[in-house]
Design a protein around this ligand. Structure first.
Ligand code: ATP
Ligand code: MG
Length: 568
């Protein structure tokens, strides 16, 4: 890998294309070089209690990416140890989203596959005097855990004998006790400087239906007990997780050392992704859906993979973004503009160009014969001749964008205004002669003339115009609904937790019900992204019906962020 990186750089490969290196990849490369590890094995371990978001994509790209780059394997493992919050819908959505992101798991597992083995290992700890059943309540346990500066207090049940503990633990499993009546705790050190080592809970009583094991179990392992041991069963070599688990690593290691596990995985932590104007807490995302602040998990304003997909963000843009931001060990917040930069990069190349008028204004070409129409050639992509071209219709009645006309323009307004000449893209020069208004003074149409010698958009006498505008033939344009999205939150650093509604952006969705699009758009492959010329990138929404296309704006064209980074 080391050599590959150097070669790529020498060849001047763009940063996004170069094999990226980071401290975790360095560790993996080192472990392979030293022979500590023969073959790399990673896993992505989502809890199926919500949909995946762009933060998860960072973890997915890291785990699957490392496996692919170093000739190893990566498993998808559902951490389904909390039956109360987990649902099959989430399991299905997570699988779909990982695949859509472009990754393939080598094996699919569930932590619940290991419940019997985990239970046996819990009994092993009890027999070894390293775990005990505690009859204290959750509150009592929390209150006796101590603080960062004060040691915890030992439970009065800490010195129970192994036989009594075994008997009680088996009766917990048999369902003899109600929720919360007892827990199994590891017996480590109530005086430890690390609170996670102060006799952490290994098993809880939860009488709940589990999506996979049904009512077979009424005790469930804690995250800490399930996670490392699942890693060991699967032979995971590098168990990669986010920084908040750094303090759990001593417990992870303690369990691996004190159990007869088949392999000895190691945990490594990296900084989670935070994005401006975005909340990536599953609790908040769940509340947004449940309380109907959005239309669902796949609302195009959501930072979920399903939402981004519906919004028209290609998976290649997500991968490109993740590659650009890299992997570090210190938490930071990434500007959402950087994500939009990646989206534009990919769509600029991939999306065909079409014309659409979002807020139509009628134009009548007075010197164009009534009842006549002609076909003009329009390129589908300015930089890609292979994308071909299409025919567009020019006629006497057209639509232009309301914003492209001003009756009393300021000095630097070069688009259409009375007496001013502009180019209609792929068509002709037109000049505005008159403005027609209704009784209230609202503009209802413009009377214009065209210059027949400028067909294709150039004047034979060499005269220039300062603006080129998009337009549609009124008779041929298809009525469409266009949904314009802006960020769901109005602040760069929105309040999370209980207060999440305070920073919601009340204008995150604008629906234009009277837009017009080129007829060719209705025939296009329903998944295709397009650029509406001069406006942005759009994609068809599944809410479209045969006579009524609906388009989502994926992202606008303006890339102030790109200019900023180009300036340095
Ligand atoms: P929860 O609060 O429910 O634990 P979670 O987002 O951590 O939410 P998990 O299903 O546990 O959800 O996450 C699966 C994996 O994705 C974990 O390894 C987690 O560390 C990682 N992950 C979660 N959020 C981010 C993020 N913002 N950036 C990078 N990785 C993340
Ligand atoms: Mg988590």
């Amino acid at each position: 890998m080391e050599r590959m990186t150097v070669t790529n750089e020498a060849q001047g490969t763009a940063p996004a294309e170069a094999a990226s290196r980071d401290f975790i990849r360095d560790i993996v490369a080192g472990d392979l070089a030293s022979g500590r590890v023969k073959k790399v094995a990673t896993r992505f371990p989502p809890e199926p209690n919500g949909y995946l978001h762009i933060g998860h994509a960072k973890s997915i790209a890291l785990n699957f990416g490392i496996a692919a780059e170093f000739g190893g394997t990566c498993n998808l493992r559902f951490d389904d140890t909390n039956p109360a919050k987990e649902e099959q819908e989430y399991i299905d959505a997570i699988k779909r989203d990982v695949e859509w992101l472009g990754y393939k798991w080598d094996s699919l597992f569930h932590a619940s596959d290991y419940f019997e083995q985990l239970y046996a290992w819990a009994e092993h700890l009890i027999r070894a005097g390293k775990a005990y059943v505690d009859d204290q309540s959750q509150d009592e346990i929390r209150m006796t855990r101590g603080t960062l500066t004060e040691a915890g207090q030992e439970s009065p049940y800490r010195h129970r004998g192994a036989d009594e503990n075994l008997d009680l633990f088996r009766r917990m499993r048999a369902g003899e006790f109600p929720n919360g009546a007892r827990v199994l705790r590891a017996k480590i050190d109530m005086g430890s400087g690390n609170i996670n080592l102060r006799d952490p809970v290994l098993y809880r009583i939860v009488h709940a239906h589990h999506p996979r094991t049904g009512t077979q179990w009424c005790i469930y392992p804690s995250y800490d007990f399930a996670h490392g041991q699942s890693d060991a069963i699967e032979g995971i070599t590098h168990s990669i997780c986010t920084l908040e688990f750094e303090d759990h690593r001593p417990l992870y290691d303690w369990l691996i050392q004190n159990l007869p596990v088949p392999s000895k995985p190691h945990q490594y932590e990296f900084a989670r992704l935070n994005l401006t104007y975005t909340v990536l807490s599953k609790r908040v995302l769940t509340a947004l859906v449940r309380e109907h602040h959005v239309s669902g998990w796949d609302d195009p304003r959501m930072p979920t993979i399903a939402g981004l997909r519906r919004r028209g963000v290609p998976s290649a843009a997500i991968r490109d973004f993740i590659k650009r931001i890299g992997v570090a060990k210190a938490n930071s917040t990434v500007d959402v503009g950087m994500f939009e930069f990646s989206i534009r990069e990919v769509l600029n190349k991939a999306a065909q160009r079409r014309m659409a008028v979002l807020r139509p204004l009628k134009v009548v070409i007075e010197n164009y014969p009534e009842g006549q129409a002609e076909e003009l050639e329009a390129a589908n992509h300015p930089d890609d001749p292979a994308a071909g071209s299409r025919k567009i219709t020019f006629s006497r009645e057209l639509f232009i964008e309301q914003d492209d006309f001003m009756e009393n323009p300021p000095k630097k307004f070069f688009r259409l205004s009375p007496g001013n000449e502009v180019r209609l893209r792929y068509a002709y020069f037109i000049k505005c002669r008159d403005v027609v208004k209704d009784a209230n003074g609202n503009i209802i149409e413009l009377r214009c003339t065209y210059d027949p010698t400028t067909r294709g958009g150039n004047a034979p006498d060499g005269r220039k115009v300062k603006a080129t505008m998009h337009w549609l033939s009124a008779a041929d344009a298809v009525a469409a609904e266009v949904r314009l999205y802006s960020s769901l939150f109005a602040k760069p650093d929105p309040a999370g937790g209980e207060a999440f509604t305070t920073d919601l952006n009340p204008n995150s969705l604008e629906i234009l019900k009277d837009a017009r699009v080129e007829p060719s758009l209705v025939q296009m492959n329903s998944a295709a992204a397009v650029q509406f010329e001069r406006q942005g990138y759009f994609c068809p929404d599944p809410d479209s019906s045969p006579g009524r296309p609906v388009f989502n704006r994926t992202v606008g064209l303006r890339d102030t962020f790109a200019k900023d980074i180009a300036k340095g």
